[in-house]
Ligand binder design. Sequence first.
Ligand code: SF4
Ligand code: FES
Length: 361
Amino acid sequence: MKVPAPLAMLAELTHRCPLSCPYCSNPVELAARSGELTTEEWISTFKQAADLGVLQLHLSGGEPATRRDLTELVKGARDAGLYTNLITSGIGLTEKRMQELDAAGLDHIQLSLQGTDAEMADRIGGYRGGYDRKMQVAGWIKDIGFPLTLNAVLHRQNLHQLPRALEMAVEMGARRIEVAIVQFYGWAMLNRNVLMPTREQAKEAERIVAQAREDLKGTLVIDFVPADYHSDYPKRCMGGWGTTGLNIAPDGQVLPCHAAQTIKHLNFENVRDKLLADIWYQSDAFKTYRGTDFLPEPCQSCDRKKIDFGGCRCQALAVAGDASATDPVCVKSPFNEEMRALAEDFSAEETAEITYRTAAG
Ligand code: SF4
Ligand code: FES
């Protein structure tokens, strides 16, 4: 297969974050501040990404606002010709800082929502006062006029708040909302018993989203990430491994997806040692699961393999014990029954306690 250039890059600027959400997609072994790429190293990486063909840069974390050089990084990315999207909880942003980000050319903000009221949001985020601060930031986003996507992360604890999250997106002047039911990677894997939605909740969310798409046509675009343990077919994870996008960890490791470090037999290269283009086109970590040749049956003879590439490698490893296996979400996977049983069992746990994400060193 001819290897396409990546279109999007997610830069995890830091794993530091004032919140401690139990579904954080950062790895359980967080990268330390002392190992983070410097301003110059990030900007060099952004230039290389633009030369490689990347169009969109997602600045993420942890909380990217904990990097004091955030404005400089945005400016460097814009100078490289990249479209810049800031993925933030809002904590750590002041009005002045946001005006500076605007002046530096920041194109878009994606604001996360842990809950639709202070009680829920502060409990899930593990940060008292976080909700009120976020609402203040949402006001500044509106005043300055940043295009906004609200990112509502939903799970068993807060799925009943979905209708209010949709209303809030409209009130905030968001153009788009991502209704994302928690995917189980990183810290969320440790909290499947607390966060797993019930099958009824998963179905109800689909119904609400379908109705809202009708009602809010022309006002709000709704992206939906369904509860994949309750789905029949897997998602096209990362748009296909090594096909559409790549992630850079805070210490410069280049990853095919945010959970790739769970696949221990892969060796990830670093922008400190190699050019990004060489890593994308030639490194074993990207080549191993690129395309569909590595897939076993039933994927090989399935006409959906060009649609979903057999699903998610990290989920295949986590549940089936083999990263090259058919994603167990798929009804045709030999592990699908096990997956469904896990979903049932985890969603029925009533007394489970939240394991919060810890702070990065
Ligand atoms: Fe996708 Fe493989 Fe399932 Fe077919 S068998 S739908 S290719 S995961
Ligand atoms: Fe790694 Fe899906 S999260 S391939």
